[in-house]
Ligand binder design. Sequence first.
Ligand SMILES: Cc1cc2nc3c(=O)[nH]c(=O)nc-3n(C[C@H](O)[C@H](O)[C@H](O)COP(=O)(O)O)c2cc1C
Length: 236
Amino acid sequence: MPKKMIVTCLIFLVLGLAFHFGLRGCAQSEPKETSEQIQLPQPKQESEMSLEEAIMQRRSIRSYQDKPLKLETVSQLLWAANGKTGNKDHQRAAPSAGGLHPLDFYIVAGEGSVQGLEAGVWHYEPLKHSLSLVTRGDKREALMQVSLGQRQVGSAEIDLIVTIEFSRTTKKYGQRGRRYAYMDCGFACENIFLQVQTLGLAMCPIGAFNDAKVSEVLALPETHEPALLLSIGYPK
Ligand SMILES: Cc1cc2nc3c(=O)[nH]c(=O)nc-3n(C[C@H](O)[C@H](O)[C@H](O)COP(=O)(O)O)c2cc1C
């Protein structure tokens, strides 16, 4: 084969590989999941507390009873955060700039802290309303240590972690997309906060943590950047 042809073939091969891996790099990344999947119960559409009462009573609470949560409760909280609420996939419980939904939600559960859920880090799949196991084992203590030792993180029945994949929003809106992604996070978290109130639970938002170490403890995909932790349990 002439030298010129070999060089041309090599160039095409390199370009092909770069294109292939480049595209994969741009694709929405998914957490490394084990085969373990849990279908969540259907969320309820009514509660005993009015919206106004929930707003009035909402407070950040930092100490919790040692009392397990039901799977129904976790289902309700995740639905309020990002559950499907319309016929189209992007129609969710909380609004999102451009319907691009840059947020992911993880539950960190201990042994027996949620009935029917193994201790571990679980990823919420909003379109299936299910949980997928990411990592086994109780990570709450380790999470507390990388959150400036804040005790509520370790003593909560669950910690809910909200992550942002900025590229989902910045690919459309450029740098302004970062601002939108944080706003999306605020909308979703307030939904969770008010749902917490209606369920008689307590919650504290946690913004003070070491980003890189939280990602490491929870084995988060590189592109899922932790934005806010929510410690949740029954109030003491
Ligand atoms: C973005 C954000 C980050 C927060 N980070 C923490 C935190 O790291 N630790 C903490 O104890 N409370 C944290 N909080 C809770 C605030 O301290 C609390 O909302 C504020 O004191 C007002 O009290 P309230 O929520 O009871 O109305 C945070 C709240 C928000 C909105």
